[in-house]
Structure formats: structure tokens, C-alpha cells
Unconditional design. Structure first.
Length: 314
């Protein structure tokens, strides 16, 4: 079982680290100046000259330090986020194109078959033939209905609102295992699904979806282990596969086409003040671990009350 994370989220750690390092540089430089002043010529001890010398040395040293400690990382962060947004928008366009193809190639063909079948029923010679033809059309309608449900589940997890995160995660694991011929083992601690806000539920569900997508596209794993553990005010989702894996440095890149999904997982976790750890090794598989604080993302209504209110609304 995973223990509660004993560290601040990355979004909070980095500013504190930069601030501490800058203050340390300023303190060290100012201390060195104070120690060096007695050894300087007497004319440098004049208030104006001493102040100018102090400011010049301090600016010359702290300027580059602030540039490399703060400005460069922040610029890289904005560049990475811009690239991520660009790729996310492109992924959205590709997803829309995929849905359009599915609607045209799958559901469109079934509906066309239904229309043609209904047209032929008008000219059948007897009732028995009409019944047989209607039975065939019923089969086509059932297939089209299942395709619509599959697309709807991919676009919006209505099972979250109807049955909750526990049932949604279980069904997602079952569907992935059945579709891809993969053994999926689900391990959830007692009470892991209780008292979660809708924001946490939808984020965990989407993160698991994205992790499964990466496994299907890149891992070629025969087995996937999913763990959902609750410890105090943190909930941790882990997805472990024993597939192909990839070089560890790619997990920190948002510009690699193959790691766009991983970057999306990390962004979802950070948006809720959580943490995301991705470890991978060639030939040994990948581990995605996301920890999200429950208390900081609770809006006063747990998901069960939210669903009851949604169903009660006219």
C-alpha cells in the first residue's frame, strides 16, 4: 500500500526552492562584500562610493543567478505548456476526425442498411418474409445502438454520474481487458472511493483512461496492474504495465509525440494540487503514479450527493 505523500506539490516546491536559492546568493554576496570592505582602499569607504560598489557587485552576481534560477526555467515552462496546448488542440482535432469516421463508417453504414431494409419490407410478398426481414433489421439496429453507446462512453463517462467512480473504474478495466486481450488486475483499498468530489472523480477516471490508451498504443503489455489506494487526505492511482517501456528521460518531455498522453496526465494531477511520477525502462514496462489531495479538492458536496441531486432535478 502506498503511504501518504510527505512532500508539497511540485507547483509549490519550485517557487520556494527558487526563492531560497536567490536569498542564499544575496546573503552570501552581501556577506562577502561586508568582509571585503575593510581590506579595500580608504577612498572606497566613502558612503557614495561604497554604496555604488555594493550595488554594482550585488547586481552583477545576483542578476545572472536570478536569470538562470528563475527566468530560464519559467521561460522553458511556458514554452513546454505552449507546445502541450498545441498538441492537445491537434489531438482534439484528430479525435473529432476519428469520431466523424466512426459515425460515417460504422453507424452510418448500419443506418443505411436499416433504411434499405425498411424499404424492402414494403414489397415483401407475405408476412413470414416480412418477419424474417424485420429480425435482420433488429440485429442491425442493435449493432448501431451498441456503437452509439461505445462512442458516448468515450466522450462522457455517464457511468460516473449514475454509479460512481468504483463502478466506472471496474467497467473501464473490464472493457480494456476484453477489447485488447489484456489481463487487468484491479486493487482498491477499503474506502478509496468514498467522499470524493466530482472534480477528483472525473480526473482519476480520465487519467486511467489516458494510461490505458498509452498501454494499448505503445506498451504491448499482456498484463496491467491498477491500484487505487486511500491514505488520510490523499488518494493515489497507480497503473503498472510490463510492456516495452521507453527511455526514462522521455517521461519528462511534453514535445515527444509518444509522451503527449503522459504530459496530459501530469497536467491533470497538477491542476488539482497533486503529484505525478512516471518511471519507465526499456523492456521492463512503465509505472504511472498519481497522488491527489482529497481535502483540498472537496467542494462541500461528495459525489453521491451530487448524483442524487442531478437525478432529482427535473
Amino acid at each position: 500500500m502506498f503511504s501518504q505523500p510527505s512532500y508539497l506539490p511540485l507547483a509549490a516546491i519550485y517557487p520556494l526552492r527558487v526563492f531560497a536559492l536567490v536569498m542564499l546568493v544575496v546573503f552570501s554576496v552581501e556577506g562577502a562584500i561586508m568582509l571585503a570592505i575593510p581590506a579595500l582602499p580608504a577612498w572606497t569607504r566613502a558612503p557614495v562610493v561604497g554604496g555604488m560598489l555594493d550595488a554594482t557587485v550585488l547586481t552583477s552576481v545576483t542578476g545572472p543567478a536570478v536569470w538562470w534560477l528563475a527566468v530560464v526555467p519559467i521561460r522553458r515552462l511556458f514554452e513546454a505548456r505552449g507546445e502541450l496546448l498545441h498538441r492537445l488542440f491537434r489531438a482534439q482535432d484528430e479525435e473529432r476526425a476519428r469520431i466523424a469516421r466512426d459515425l460515417h463508417d460504422e453507424i452510418g453504414q448500419h443506418l443505411t442498411a436499416l433504411l434499405v431494409g425498411l424499404k424492402t419490407i414494403e414489397s415483401v410478398p407475405d408476412v413470414e418474409t416480412a418477419k424474417a426481414r424485420a429480425g435482420e433489421l433488429h440485429g442491425w439496429a442493435a449493432i448501431a445502438h451498441e456503437e452509439v453507446r461505445r462512442l458516448a462512453r468515450g466522450l462522457r463517462p455517464g457511468v460516473l454520474e449514475e454509479l460512481g467512480l468504483e463502478a466506472a473504474v471496474g467497467r473501464l478495466c473490464e472493457d480494456f481487458g476484453r477489447t485488447h486481450g489484456t489481463t487487468v488486475q484491479l486493487d482498491a483499498s477499503s474506502g478509496a472511493f468514498a467522499g470524493l468530489s466530482p472534480a477528483v472523480e472525473i480526473s482519476l477516471y480520465r487519467i486511467l483512461q489516458e494510461a490505458f490508451t498509452n498501454v494499448a498504443r505503445h506498451a504491448a503489455a499482456a498484463e496491467v496492474q491498477v491500484s487505487l489506494q486511500r491514505s488520510d487526505d490523499w488518494i493515489t492511482l497507480s497503473v503498472v504495465d510490463r510492456g516495452r517501456g521507453f527511455p526514462g528521460e522521455r517521461a519528462d518531455s511534453s514535445t515527444d509525440e509518444g509522451t503527449l498522453g503522459l504530459a496530459s496526465i501530469r497536467e491533470r494531477a497538477l491542476m488539482l494540487g497533486g503529484t505525478c511520477t512516471i518511471r519507465s525502462e526499456l523492456g521492463r514496462g512503465t509505472t504511472v503514479r498519481v497522488s491527489i489531495p482529497v481535502a483540498g479538492n472537496h467542494d462541500g458536496e461528495d459525489s453521491r450527493f451530487y448524483r442524487r441531486r442531478s437525478h432529482a432535478a427535473p
